[in-house]
Each structure stands twice: as structure tokens, then as C-alpha cells.
Design a protein around this ligand. Structure first.
Ligand code: G
Ligand code: MN
Length: 280
């Protein structure tokens, strides 16, 4: 490691220590805010649902989830965070319905630690009830990690969610830790291909072959296949031609706060109507 890069590492924000006091204040003062990124049907060009992406807007700047979720887990505050997560996102889904977008699904990221919470299903069902949301409209995204220390409990919880008609998706497929266990055993609904694969799609011909194979694998397991991190028209076109079902990424839309999402969806609808009329 060079001197400069070791210095960078030393001063990187990753070394910041996040304490219980900060996390409690964040929960109390609504410093955790949700952004929503649309998921598109590549065949029809329609938005099918949104993924909730959380940000911590702390007084010291924005702290990424990769830092504060582990801190919530280590302090045990994750048990207070989970009810907040479902309350907020399903409240916002209800707002989307009230704005006329009642076909959309909401997709939420869950960590393995959250699957250890014996109250998880109750928490989710309470929020679904509160906002009168059908369980089919909720998706939980799970990333396979090395830290699956209680696989039986984790699978049992996931099975419980499925039994209650909540959908599961395999997140970041192909990144670091993924194996084939999830594909075999999870009974998921959707496979989200890690953005690394999309970003390196045209680097060498083998990458295109690998992508076709992953799409085929997903389809042979009856999964909806989604490509994450689409940033260019060329990527979108290639994925559509090669049968990828859904797409997500900056090419379509960045993650947006709820009010901006609603404006975006309205503009999108107008555009579809206009192009429909001009085709007639
Ligand atoms: O692990 P998960 O796939 O849930 O993470 C989603 C992350 O990817 C978010 O931080 C989101 O902002 C980011 N993201 C979404 N779309 C794009 C994209 O097109 N390009 C890049 N580089 N990042 C993206
Ligand atoms: Mn995700």
C-alpha cells in the first residue's frame, strides 16, 4: 500500500465511531430518511415498484448505511430501527397509493441480524395492517453474507415471511459472498444482479456470456431477473435484448425523496400518454 493510500485509509470516514447516543438522537430526530429508486419493467418501460434506500442525514454530514447499519446491530438498537423501517416505508407506500400509483410494490433491504428478531413478522404485519397494504406488495431484499451465523433461524424467518405472502428477493447476486444455497432454498421471487456485473458488462466478451447465463439461471428457477446499476442506454438495450426482466439504476432514475418520486411518476405517466397519443 502506498503512503498516500494508507493515509487516505487512516482518515477515511469509515474510521468514525458511531455511538449509541448519536443513533438514538438520529431515531428521535428523524435523521434517517428514505429515498426511493424505481424498478422498471424493461419490456414495457413501466415502473413496477420502488426500492427503499435509507440515508442518515446526521448533523456531521451524510453517513452511508454500510456504516450505520452495523452500528445499529452492534448496539442492539436495530430492534428499535426495524419497526421504524417498516412503519415509514409502508406509510410512504400508502401515500403512493393515495397519489394514484396503487399498482406499485415496495422493496425493503433486510440484514441477516434483522432476521434474528423473533418479532420481525409481527412488526411487519402490524405496519401492513396499519396502512392497509397487501403483503404481496411488500418485498424483502436479502443479501447473502458470510456472517450467516444462524442459518436455520434465518431460513425459518424467511419461510415465515413467505408463508405470509411477503415476497423475497436475492440482492447483490454475484457479489462477494453469494453461493447457490439461496437460489436453491430461499423460494425467492426475484434475483437482483449486482451492479458490478452491469458496469463491467462490455469490458470483455466473457462478461456478456456470464450475464446471459445468470439471466438463464434465474429464469430456469422461475425468478424475475433484475439488473442493478444500469447507467447507460447501451447497457439497458443489451439487457432488454437478452431477456432481463427488470432494471434499476441512474439511467432511469436516482433514488428520490417521496415527493420527488411522486412528481417523477406523474411526469412519466404524462410521457407515456403523450407517446401513446402520438402513435395513434
Ligand atoms: O445493496 P443494494 O443493491 O441495495 O444497494 C443499492 C445502492 O446502489 C444504493 O446505494 C444506490 O444509491 C446505488 N445505486 C443505485 N443505482 C445505481 C447506479 O446506477 N449506479 C451506481 N453506481 N450506484 C447505484
Ligand atoms: Mn437492495
Amino acid at each position: 500500500m502506498s503512503f498516500v493510500s494508507s493515509l487516505k485509509k487512516f482518515f477515511s470516514p469509515r474510521r468514525r465511531i458511531i455511538g449509541t447516543t448519536d443513533l438514538r438522537r438520529a431515531l428521535k430526530n428523524n435523521e434517517f430518511v428514505f429515498y426511493y429508486q424505481p424498478e422498471w419493467d424493461l419490456k414495457t418501460g413501466e415502473v413496477k415498484g420502488v426500492e427503499a434506500l435509507i440515508r442518515w442525514e446526521s448533523p456531521n454530514g451524510i453517513i452511508p448505511p454500510a456504516e450505520f447499519i452495523p452500528a445499529l446491530e452492534q448496539t442492539g438498537l436495530i430492534n428499535e430501527f426495524t419497526p421504524f423501517l417498516f412503519d415509514q416505508t409502508l406509510h410512504d407506500l400508502r401515500e403512493l397509493y393515495q397519489a394514484g400509483f396503487d399498482h406499485l410494490f415496495m422493496s425493503v433491504n433486510l440484514s441477516v441480524v434483522q432476521l434474528h428478531d423473533p418479532l420481525l413478522l409481527d412488526i411487519i404485519r402490524k405496519s401492513l395492517d396499519n396502512y392497509a397494504i397487501m403483503p404481496e406488495k411488500l418485498e424483502c431484499e436479502i443479501t447473502e453474507t458470510k456472517s450467516m451465523d444462524k442459518p436455520e433461524l434465518e431460513f425459518q424467518t424467511l419461510q415465515q415471511l413467505r408463508d405470509n405472502h411477503i415476497k423475497l428477493s436475492i440482492d447483490d447476486f454475484g457479489s462477494g459472498h453469494s453461493s447457490f444455497n439461496y437460489l436453491k432454498d430461499l423460494n425467492a421471487h426475484k434475483l437482483k444482479i449486482d451492479k458490478e456485473f452491469i458496469q463491467s458488462l462490455f469490458d470483455k466478451p466473457a462478461n456478456e456470456t456470464i450475464m446471459r447465463t445468470i439471466i438463464g439461471l434465474g429464469h430456469s428457477l422461475n425468478l424475475i431477473v433484475l439488473a442493478e446499476g444500469i447507467e447507460t442506454s447501451a447497457q439497458e438495450q443489451w439487457l432488454r435484448k437478452n431477456g432481463c426482466d427488470y432494471g434499476q439504476g441512474f439511467w432511469f432514475s436516482r433514488p428520490l425523496p417521496l415527493t420527488m418520486l411522486i412528481s417523477f411518476l406523474r411526469a412519466q405517466e404524462d410521457q407515456t400518454n403523450t407517446s401513446y397519443q402520438s402513435e395513434k
